[in-house]
Design a protein around this ligand. Structure first.
Ligand SMILES: Cc1ncc(COP(=O)(O)O)c(C=O)c1O
Length: 376
């Protein structure tokens, strides 16, 4: 079976360096807040072009802590209140909306555009006097239309938080995504563009105040061990994960280029097939293709997935259920018209992609897919 992403092959490439990094941590035994964590924070700030990075134990915690830091810095409140609304997309992983609830606010779900990302026009239409901020998601590694969204945020005095879980290394107008709004929240879930060997996350910001509050919250809310002021978490990025990520960070650009090459081949091979829509890339941006997500007619989608599996090709539906359709958000959200998101969620299929996927495999997948779509 062709996997969605071949992590074993990736490991083979970096095995020696990573095993050396693991051994070093085993030797110094500073598992928590060890020197590799600080080094990784410095190196990732340098790579991303921002002032500060704070390693945490997941992308979800990066979102929750990042949101609470904005609440504290802008309103001197540890959490938002239920009446505070944060506009976001319903076409994303659960954690995006869940983090808004956990930070005390109410999510407002608005529609998406053909590029799968939140629609700036839909954001504008949803703003009320309760709106506090916008949480954008650069889905599948494709940057949102940040110039338009930044203008809306500035004109309406709203904060902008970027969910960059799927977009490490993506750029918009030559700036790394995650560093455009007040806060960026990355995930190092193993399948991500930069993946750890377990859970991990990173908060990035240019604000010293935000950084300090994030440091407190990841460490039980204390300015130091027994001077505890806020209700925080045990959410440090493990030294071991930081050591592995430090090694992998050097390969991110190379791996992104390889993902982009796979995407280029898919696009070339699939361009003549009327019933397959390939991903739209945002203008003036660099898409890192965390996923290569196509659209087929909704009436054919589930059969296509079944047939791909029968031909030994993995595929996934990201995401079959919109957040506004989940029980979790019932009575805890506001939802505007999301017609395009509903339509798109019934048409999408994500195909295998990764830095080690070779040209022949990609062409074989594309040709098999075309044949299946034509025959159904
Ligand atoms: C868009 C998005 N946001 C947030 C998360 C949460 O990250 P984590 O799994 O590291 O908590 C993920 C992925 O896992 C994601 O894809």
């Amino acid at each position: 079976m062709i996997p969605m992403l071949d992590l074993k092959k990736e490991y083979e490439l970096l095995k020696d360096e990573i095993e050396e990094a693991i051994r070093e941590v085993m030797e110094h035994q500073q598992w928590i807040n060890g020197p590799e964590l600080k080094r990784f924070e410095i190196e990732s700030s340098r790579y991303l072009g921002c002032k500060y990075s704070v390693g945490v134990n997941s992308g979800t915690d990066a979102l929750v802590i990042g949101l609470r830091a904005i609440s504290y810095v802008t309103m001197k409140k540890e959490r938002f209140e239920e009446g505070d609304e944060i506009i976001t997309t319903p076409f994303t992983f659960t954690a995006t909306g869940e983090s808004i609830l956990r930070a005390g606010a109410t999510p407002v779900f608005v529609d998406i555009d053909e590029d799968y990302n939140i629609s700036p026009k839909a954001i504008e239409r949803a703003i009320t006097n309760k709106t506090k901020g916008i949480l954008v998601v650069h889905l599948y590694g494709n940057p949102c239309k940040m110039n338009e969204i930044l203008k809306i945020a500035n004109d309406n005095n709203l904060f902008l938080l970027e969910d960059v879980a799927q977009a490490f290394g993506s750029k918009y107008c030559d700036k790394m995504v995650g560093t455009i709004g007040e806060v960026g929240a990355f995930s190092f879930f193993p399948s991500k563009n930069l993946g750890a060997f377990g859970d991990g996350g990173l908060i990035v910001t240019n604000s010293e105040e935000v950084r300090d509050f994030c440091f407190y919250l990841r460490n039980h809310g204390g300015r130091d061990k027994y001077n505890v002021e806020f209700c925080g978490y045990n959410s440090r990025l493990d030294t071991l994960q930081a050591a592995i990520l430090l090694k992998k960070l050097k390969y991110v650009d190379d791996f992104v280029n390889k993902r982009r090459e796979v995407a280029r081949i898919y696009k070339e091979e699939l361009s003549d097939e009327k019933e397959i829509k390939t991903p739209v890339e945002t203008e003036n941006s660099l898409h890192t293709f965390h996923q290569f997500t196509i659209r087929v007619p909704a009436t054919k989608r589930d059969r296509v997935v079944e047939e791909l599996a029968r031909h030994g090709i993995s595929s996934m539906i990201y995401y079959p259920v919109l957040l506004c359709e989940m029980q979790l958000f019932k009575n805890r959200m506001r939802v505007t018209s999301v017609d395009n998101a509903i339509k798109i969620s019934k048409e999408v299929i994500s195909l295998p992609i990764g830095p080690t996927q070779d040209r022949d495999t990609t062409i074989r997948i594309a040709n098999t897919l075309k044949k299946i779509v034509r025959e159904i």
